[in-house]
Design a protein around this ligand. Structure first.
Ligand SMILES: Nc1ncnc2c1ncn2[C@@H]1O[C@H](COP(=O)(O)OP(=O)(O)OP(=O)(O)O)[C@@H](O)[C@H]1O
Length: 275
């Protein structure tokens, strides 16, 4: 008769951070973060400029060291974690061109680098993954073009395709829609819908969700480096969106053009302001 294992089942959440803090130049930028992100979750990380979203994402990807705290990726402590091919990251305001005369195909194929031995030619599986990624972002017909000939929104999609080509289970995108027109935002939402349907975990940093709103399962709002709300996605009035028609959230516009701070009013859901 099998005995009960003395060891607990390994904690396989893609992200588990406890007591996470980051100080930069002695100034606390992120603090007191306890965050578990579950497999298949689509999380929107929101908050005003400078609230610490990018720094938190950089810490979660191991790009910026935590000052204190314990981070596990897929159950493995960060310092032991090696399975980076499971993690995709599209940084904020990245330029795919950056002066390098690479073709769209080359940039996307570079996303397979972590999957194959150095200097080996692309395998058939590599090529299939690159073609699929280009297809998903709607750039299959631009594969041979130089990246620098594409618009900013298309370049952003090239970077997303590069991360997709690595077939990540955990995908970080830092403000992928900043400065991107609505057509490209919709194309990105379609892409992320595919990823979500495939069971990937997504952490999306965004000021406004736009067409991505219907995909979001959970919103985490930061203010001054801390998490001040963690729960169902909010609409423009700080009310949890659960139960609303997705399109209400997706296409709502703030009536006041002077309103630039899109931070949800995090107090109201906690005060029971929801309809
Ligand atoms: N490398 C750095 N050196 C100094 N200060 C930094 C650095 N990186 C971030 N900060 C500061 O940390 C704070 C949080 O920045 P962060 O970029 O994480 O915020 P954010 O919420 O992503 O903002 P945004 O929406 O503008 O991207 C800001 O005050 C920022 O000035």
């Amino acid at each position: 008769m099998p005995m009960t294992s003395p060891d607990p089942v390994p904690h396989q959440d893609p992200i588990t951070l406890s007591g996470g803090a980051v100080s930069i130049g002695g100034r606390p930028v992120v603090r007191g973060i306890d965050l578990s992100v579950h497999a298949g979750e689509f999380l929107a990380l929101m908050g005003a400029n400078g609230s610490g979203k990018s720094t938190l994402v950089r810490a979660l990807t191991g790009l910026h060291p935590l000052t204190t705290g314990a981070l596990r990726l897929f159950g493995t402590p960060l310092h032991d974690f090696q399975d980076w091919r499971r993690v995709g990251y599209v940084p904020q305001r990245a330029s795919a061109a950056s002066g390098v005369p690479a073709s769209v195909w080359e940039v996307v194929a570079s996303g397979r680098l972590t999957r194959r031995p150095l200097l080996r030619p692309l395998s058939r599986a590599d090529r299939a993954a690159v073609e699929h990624a280009l297809d998903v972002v709607g750039l299959a017909d631009r594969a041979r073009d130089g990246v620098s000939h594409l618009s900013g929104g298309q370049q952003q999609r090239v970077l997303i395709a590069r991360a997709l080509a690595g077939e990540p289970d955990l995908f970080f995108l830092d403000e992928p829609t900043a400065g991107v027109d609505l057509a490209n935002q919709r194309a990105l939402a379609d892409t992320l819908a595919h990823l979500k349907a495939d069971g990937a975990t997504v952490v999306l940093v965004a000021h406004e969700l736009g067409p991505m709103a219907p995909l979001v399962d959970r919103a985490v709002v930061m203010r001054d480096g801390r998490v001040v709300y963690d729960g169902p996605p909010l609409d423009d009035h700080g009310v949890p969106r659960a139960g609303l028609e997705p399109d209400l959230g997706a296409h709502a516009h703030h009536p006041d053009p002077a309103h630039h701070d899109h931070t949800p009013h995090v107090g109201s859901p906690l005060e029971g302001g929801g309809a």
